[in-house]
Design a binder for this molecule. Structure first.
Ligand code: ACM
Length: 393
């Protein structure tokens, strides 16, 4: 090879931090930015809200952080009956640690982070997950549900059925929050989640059913596509483009030229999106770095077995796409249910994230794996100089 190319193969070379399930102090988020700059990764996706915690300071909805940023307990280990997805996450045979957990970022802290990242060639892409994964917001403001049930912030892992009402009240909440988000973050994209939104509450709600009829929709589930289209229009009016997890196209592509972050590779999510003419960021389960490195034997508790370094390096982001022109890039995910500390985060992220960086930078022209391995110790030493550890090679 005659030295690295000056332009990257793919424009989106990302990593997602889930700061909702376990809060990550802002200094550690900055440290990840340092690592990204070193590796020439350029998109830091912050998953700021989820059932178990709301981490974005809102001036207009202050209870989101007064109430929604804190949980009074956390499930220990895996929830009992873990594989029975029909159970409510808090109805498993769970053991809880009664330690209060939480935290949030002020808007001032996030503005500083955005500037710090920008100086290092990294764009911070905020995610406010809607209309599912809303239990922390519902705990803060019960009226955000079609029924104003009193709820606590989530304390277990899984998919909570308590979601957002998607009528004008729910939309007004979302646009209030997004107005603050676009004021703090300068990324051209705003991520609105859109994943794993159970429709049981909408099915049961006379208000949602009347809304469905008034909008001429055949299924209550179609309300999500309609809602996403409204949010996309709002973001367009703010000069931003909507990106969401691949569920946002399950009922057809919403209006507003959304980008799909394709995670459910087993549903051919990226192929479906590109065939529909939609731009894609590849975030397949192979790049879920909360999954163990390999089979998990001898590894710390994690959510599932996963891909080892060689498998990650062999990943082809173009596989299964109908039109390569629709590929924006690729991204690794660090969901944090089983990643409670920064040291654990570095262990799960590195060295696999180095491989993602090189796929994004070199594309198909990356060096052979043996060459990558030969260079790796030096690159990990450079990360160690930033205070970042790694899984032993
Ligand atoms: C996801 O893993 N729920 C995007």
């Amino acid at each position: 090879m005659s030295g690295p190319p000056h332009t990257p193969a793919l424009p989106w070379r990302g990593v997602m931090l889930d700061v909702a399930r376990h809060f990550l102090p802002i200094g550690e988020v900055r440290r990840m930015v340092d690592a990204m700059a070193l590796l020439r990764l350029n998109a830091l996706h912050l998953h700021l809200t989820d059932d178990q915690g709301w981490r974005f300071e809102s001036k207009s909805w202050p209870r989101l952080t007064e109430i929604g940023a804190w949980r009074d307990a956390t499930v220990v280990g895996r929830p009992g009956n873990y594989t029975d997805w029909s159970l409510h996450p808090e109805n498993h045979l769970n053991t809880y640690s009664r330690v209060r957990h939480g935290g949030f970022y002020t808007q001032a802290e996030l503005r500083d982070l955005v500037a710090y990242a920008r100086e290092r060639g990294v764009t911070v892409v905020p995610e406010i997950d809607m209309p599912g994964h809303m239990r922390a917001a519902r705990a803060a403001y019960p009226d955000l549900g079609y029924e104003p049930t009193a709820l606590g912030v989530g304390r277990s892992w899984g998919i909570y059925p308590e979601v957002l009402r998607v009528d004008e009240t729910g939309l007004a909440f979302c646009t209030d929050i997004l107005a603050e988000v676009v004021d703090v973050f300068d990324a051209p994209y705003v991520h609105i989640g859109g994943d794993e939104c159970p429709k049981v509450e909408w099915e049961a709600s006379p208000v949602a059913q009347a809304q469905r009829r008034d909008l001429g929709l055949s299924e209550v589930a179609d309300l999500q596509r309609w809602f996403t289209g409204r949010i996309a229009a709002y973001l367009t009016s703010c000069g931003r483009r909507l990106i969401g997890w691949d569920e946002i196209i399950d009922e057809g592509v919403p209006d507003g030229d959304p980008v799909v972050m394709a995670w459910r590779d087993w549903t051919d999510a990226a192929g479906r999106a590109t065939r529909a003419g939609v731009d894609v960021v590849q975030a397949p389960s192979l790049l879920y770095f909360d999954h163990a490195c390999g089979t998990g034997d001898g590894e710390p508790l994690s959510i599932a077995p996963g891909a080892d370094l060689a498998a990650v390096y062999a990943y082809d982001p173009y596989a299964g796409l109908s039109d390569p022109a629709h590929l924006l890039g690729l991204q690794a995910q660090l969901w944090s249910e089983y990643i409670p500390t920064a040291d654990h985060l570095w262990y799960m992220a590195f060295p696999r994230l180095v491989a993602v960086a090189d796929i994004g930078w070199y594309g198909a022209d990356r060096p052979p794996y043996e060459e990558f391995l030969a260079d790796l110790p030096g690159r990990l030493e450079a990360l160690a100089d930033l205070g970042i550890g790694h899984r032993p090679l």
